[in-house]
Design a protein around this ligand. Structure first.
Ligand code: EPZ
Length: 428
C-alpha cells in the first residue's frame, strides 16, 4: 500500500486545476445503462472509484473506453445490450455507489441482483430509502444472503415518493429508475446537491424529462427510451473545497481554476469568517493567507446548500491551528470523526462528544506517521501536514486515490513538498 510523505512549512503559490466530480461521474456512468446508444462523458476524473465502476459496468455489457479526447479526459460508455444483471459483492463492497446500478438495470431489463453494500468507515449507511423508492415504483424486492433481488417484469410505474429526510444517493437512484417508468414520478424532500442537477441535466440531454432538480421537489415524466448524449461532468466541489483549505493552511496565494464558486459558497463564507482572503470569478477561486493566524470558526454540516459533510474534515484540519476554539458539528453521518485521533498525532487538540468536536487551536503541529481511514479523512491529514513542522507520512493512501486525481502533482506544482512512496519503498 502506498504512502504519501509531506514536509510541512512551504507556502503554496500557483494554480490548481479542479477535475470533474467523482460523485457525479459515477452516477453518470450508471446512467449509460439506460440507453443502447453511446454516452460520451467529458471532464472525467481518472480515479480508483471510476475504475472500479468501469469494471462492474463491463460485466453488465457496457463497453467503457477511456481516452484523451478533444475536450480533455473522456469516457465513452456504450451498452448495446445488457448481458448480465448481477452486481457481485466483491465489486459493490469496493465502491458502494455501484449499488446505484440496481435502478437502471430494473428499468431497462425488468430484473437485477445486486449486492447490498454493507456499512463503511463513516457510518452504517443503510439503503432502505433506495429500496422503498424502487418498491414505490413497482419493483418487487427480496433480500437473500446479502443480495437484493429485484423484479419488475411489466416495467416500473411512476409514483409519489416522499423521502423522510434528504438522501443524495436515494434521490439519484430514484431518478435513474424513474426516467424510463410509465407515468409521472414526484420526489419530495429531494437532495439539491450540484451532482443531482448534473445527473438530471445529463438525463435530459439523453431524452429524459426531469424537472425541478436543484429544488426539493423533482418531477420525472417517464419516456419510452433514452438516446446517447455528450455530457461534461460538473467540477468537483469537494476537491475544490479541500484545496481551498490546503492553500489556507499552508498560507500563500493559490488560484483554483475550472471550479464553480457558488457550489462551495458555504465553505468560502466560513473561510472568510476565519480570516482567509477569497476572491472569486465565475470559474475560479483565489485563496490567500499571510502569516497571521486564522480565527476559530464554528461549522455545522448540512445537506446542500449547507456546508458539505465531505468538507468537514478539511475544515477541521484548518481549525487545528486557528486562534481559539471552534465547534464542529457533524449531522449527516454518525461516525465521521475518524480523522480526529490521527490529527491528534500531529499535535492537534480536539475533544469529541457525540456529533460534536471542539477544536482548540494550537500554535504548532509536528509531523508524524498517520493512517488514512476514509477518503475525506485522508485529505484532512494531508492538509494538516502542509503546516506541520517536519515530515508526516500518511499511510493507506488508497483511500485518497479513490477521490483525488494527481493530488501530489497538483500540490507539488504550487511548491508543496509532497511525494508518494510506492509500496515496497520506491519513492516517486
Ligand atoms: C453521498 O453519499 C456521497 N457519496 C458522500 O460522499 C456524501 O458524503 C453524501 O452523499 C452526503 O453529501 C456519493 O455520492 C458516492 P446520503 P450517500 O444518502 O448518497 C442516511 C465521499 O467521500 N441514509 O445523502 O450515500 C445515510 O446513512 C462520499 O465522496 C439512510 O438512512 O449519502 C446518511 O446518514 C462519502 N438510508 C444520510 O442518510 C438510505 O437509504 C445521508 O446519506 C440512504 C441514506
Amino acid at each position: 500500500m502506498d504512502s504519501i510523505a509531506i514536509i510541512g512549512g512551504a507556502r503554496l503559490e500557483g494554480e490548481i486545476p479542479i477535475s470533474g466530480a467523482k460523485n457525479s461521474a459515477i452516477k453518470l456512468m450508471a446512467a449509460s445503462l439506460l440507453t443502447d446508444e453511446p454516452l460520451r462523458l467529458t471532464n472525467m476524473p481518472r480515479l480508483a472509484d471510476t475504475h472500479f465502476l468501469g469494471k462492474l459496468l463491463l460485466r453488465l455489457g457496457v463497453s467503457v473506453i477511456e481516452s484523451d479526447g478533444p475536450d480533455g479526459p473522456q469516457t465513452v460508455l456504450h451498452t448495446p445490450e445488457i448481458i448480465g444483471s448481477i452486481a457481485p459483492y466483491n465489486l459493490v463492497r469496493q465502491m458502494r455507489a455501484s449499488f446505484n446500478v440496481l435502478g437502471p438495470l430494473i428499468a431497462r431489463t425488468g430484473q437485477a441482483k445486486v449486492s447490498l453494500p454493507g456499512g463503511c468507515a463513516i457510518g452504517a449507511r443503510p439503503v432502505d430509502l433506495h429500496l422503498k423508492a424502487l418498491e414505490a415504483l413497482g419493483a418487487r424486492i427480496e433480500l437473500h444472503e446479502g443480495y437484493v433481488y429485484a423484479q419488475a417484469p411489466r416495467g416500473l410505474k411512476g409514483a409519489q415518493i416522499d423521502f423522510p429526510f434528504v438522501s443524495v444517493g436515494a434521490t439519484e437512484h430514484s431518478m435513474l429508475a424513474a426516467v424510463l417508468a410509465d407515468g409521472v414520478t414526484v420526489l419530495t424532500k429531494a437532495a439539491r446537491e450540484p451532482e443531482i442537477v448534473d445527473l438530471a441535466q445529463c438525463l435530459n440531454a439523453m431524452g429524459a424529462k426531469v424537472e425541478g432538480a436543484g429544488t426539493d421537489t423533482i418531477t420525472i415524466t417517464g419516456v419510452m427510451r433514452l438516446h446517447g448524449a455528450d455530457w461534461a461532468v460538473v467540477p468537483d466541489r469537494i476537491e475544490a473545497g479541500a484545496f481551498a483549505c490546503a492553500a489556507a493552511m499552508a498560507g500563500g496565494d493559490v488560484r483554483l481554476t475550472a471550479v464553480r464558486p457558488e457550489h462551495i459558497r458555504a465553505l468560502l463564507d466560513h473561510m472568510r469568517a476565519a480570516g482567509c482572503q477569497i476572491d472569486e470569478t465565475a470559474d475560479s477561486v483565489r485563496v490567500r493567507r499571510g502569516t497571521e493566524r486564522l480565527r476559530a470558526t464554528d461549522i455545522t454540516t448540512e445537506p446542500y446548500p449547507g456546508l458539505a459533510t465531505d468538507l468537514q474534515s478539511p475544515f477541521m484540519a484548518l481549525m487545528t491551528m486557528a486562534q481559539g476554539e471552534s465547534v464542529i458539528r457533524e449531522t449527516i453521518f454518525e461516525n465521521r470523526f475518524m480523522h480526529v485521533p490521527e490529527l491528534a498525532r500531529l499535535g492537534a487538540d480536539i475533544t469529541v462528544s457525540g456529533g460534536e468536536a471542539r477544536v482548540n487551536g494550537v500554535e504548532r503541529l509536528d509531523g508524524a506517521e498517520v493512517m488514512a481511514t476514509d477518503l475525506r479523512a485522508s485529505v484532512s491529514l494531508v492538509i494538516a501536514a502542509l503546516a506541520a513542522r517536519g515530515e508526516t507520512k500518511v499511510h493507506r493512501v488508497y483511500h485518497l486515490d479513490r477521490g483525488f486525481e494527481r493530488l501530489e502533482q497538483k500540490l507539488g506544482a504550487c511548491g508543496a513538498d509532497v511525494r508518494r512512496i510506492k509500496h515496497g519503498g520506491e519513492e516517486l
